[in-house]
Write a protein that binds this ligand. Structure first.
Ligand SMILES: Cc1ncc(COP(=O)(O)O)c(C=O)c1O
Length: 445
């Protein structure tokens, strides 16, 4: 029987869905275009991997491992649970998240990692053709998920000279009648910024005036350096509904265990029942996150000692100081000292490196010569910058900073000095006249 009878084509024609075709993670693509070949004579240092466990120097607290091992022996760690998560796990998250405002187990939906939480929040709050505002620079999972769903992504700017605060005017200017949500990522990947209460209030004020809900990506909650304080955005909102997305990924140093959550904050009952129900419905798409983690979660959240978190943050902060101090010496670079999370953004003054057309070329060449890989700003929609991770072991970070500095010195000298007049060149060539050389470098950068 011909397949035409049922309206089918004669030829095979199997296509990917529009969801699949519209889902695109630019980071992998950009990194692939770099065509990097680390120098085989130097150990490879990937300062690119945003996984705090990648080097093995940061280990989870022992009680976390114990909780998982004990739980694995229980039959109840193997069965299906409610798709929004087991009550005891949701209750534990509610208690753990008391700093966000009043939270009950009913406000919590457990997810498979924070990215799944963001996926859920976006798919419930925005329709195809509506727009969602995300930060620039920003972690592009928000773009990947949104665009896959047919949501238009628009950007508001962060201000590098003001510790990456939100440019409130730019935020306001992006809002229109089709804006379904604003995503705020605090503390930030890639910037390492931590917003003050006042600044969060200013952001909420914009959202309130235009009646736009907020999705707060707080996967780096509490990841702040001394002298900085983490404030949950939801704790300051009087009317703006906030869907807060977080999880155990970073703070507990277990990214692969994939346990995250969305918490609904809706003090004025603005989100219709429809939105709450929508989140419940969407959670049925994967029948809930893994039960082993859920069952161990109350112990993980309640028993992990504060000293474990403090040690982690002390380490990352000292790494930030090390990288900042070292990279400030690199001609042509401007590191921006972070206030939290686990990253640092570094401006590459590309005009000081005329050999390279853009930061991508700079970064690939640096990897090919020095075997140090950083993530180009383009991956965060922010050219002329690069991001490094701070969780690598201290000696490796120090070595990486020296190599980056060496690379800058090599390239800034060659390229700039060719164009400079004879007198200046002779100063630099005079190895004894180190001071003049340093002054010269300062001027160039
Ligand atoms: C800002 C931000 N949001 C979300 C995620 C995703 O977290 P998860 O691994 O829990 O899905 C990450 C991961 O690096 C992140 O940096």
């Amino acid at each position: 029987m011909s397949c035409r009878l049922r309206g089918r084509k004669e030829e095979w024609d199997v296509r990917a869905s529009s969801l699949a075709r519209n889902t695109f993670n630019p980071i992998r693509d950009i990194i692939e275009t770099l065509r990097i070949q680390p120098n085989p004579n130097k150990s490879y240092i990937p300062l690119s991997v945003g996984d705090p466990t990648a080097f093995g120097n940061l280990q989870p607290s022992e009680n976390i491992i114990d909780a998982i091992c004990d739980t694995a022996k229980l039959n109840e760690s193997r069965n299906y649970g409610p798709t929004i998560g087991h009550w005891d796990a949701r209750q534990a998250v509610a208690e753990y998240s008391a700093h966000q405002g009043s939270v009950t187990a009913d406000d919590v939906i457990l997810c498979s990692g924070c990215s799944h939480a963001i996926d859920l929040a976006l798919s419930v709050i925005a329709d195809v053709g509506q727009n969602v505002l995300i930060p620039r620079p920003g972690y592009l999972i928000h773009k990947t998920l949104g665009e896959g769903l047919g949501i238009i992504i628009k950007y508001y700017d962060l201000l590098p000279d003001k510790n990456w605060q939100v440019d409130l005017e730019s935020l306001e200017n992006q809002i229109d009648e089709n804006t379904a949500a604003i995503i705020v990522n605090n503390p930030s990947n890639p910037c390492g910024s931590v917003y003050t209460r006042q600044h969060l209030e200013d952001i909420i004020d914009v959202a309130s005036r235009y009646r736009v809900p907020i999705i707060a990506d707080e996967i780096y909650e509490h990841f702040v350096f001394s002298d900085h304080e983490f404030t949950a955005l939801s704790s300051l909102s009087k009317d703006v509904p906030v869907l807060t997305c977080s999880g155990v990924t970073k703070r507990f140093l277990v990214p692969g265990w994939r346990l995250g959550w969305v918490i609904i904050h809706d003090r004025q009952n603005i989100l219709r029942k429809e939105v709450r129900n929508g989140l419940l419905s969407m959670s049925t798409r994967i029948l809930g996150p893994n039960t082993l983690m859920q069952k161990a979660l109350p112990r993980i959240l309640k028993e992990t000692p504060q000293s474990f978190f403090d040690d982690t943050m002390r380490f990352i902060e000292s790494q930030a100081r090390l990288a900042y101090t070292e990279l400030k010496k690199a001609p042509g670079l401007r590191p921006i000292m972070p206030q939290g999370s686990m990253y640092m953004m570094i401006e590459i003054k590309t005009s000081s490196f005329p050999k390279f057309d853009n930061e991508l070329q700079f970064i690939s060449q640096m990897c090919n010569e020095q075997s140090v890989l950083c993530i180009p700003g383009k991956c965060f929609n922010y050219p002329n910058f690069m991001r490094i991770v701070l969780t690598v072991p201290e000696d490796i970070l120090r070595e990486a900073c020296h190599r980056i500095t060496k690379f800058c010195e090599d390239h800034i000298l060659k390229q700039h000095l060719k164009k400079m007049d004879h007198d200046v060149v002779s100063i630099v060539n005079d190895e004894k006249n180190v001071k003049s050389k340093q002054n010269l470098l300062k001027n160039i950068t």
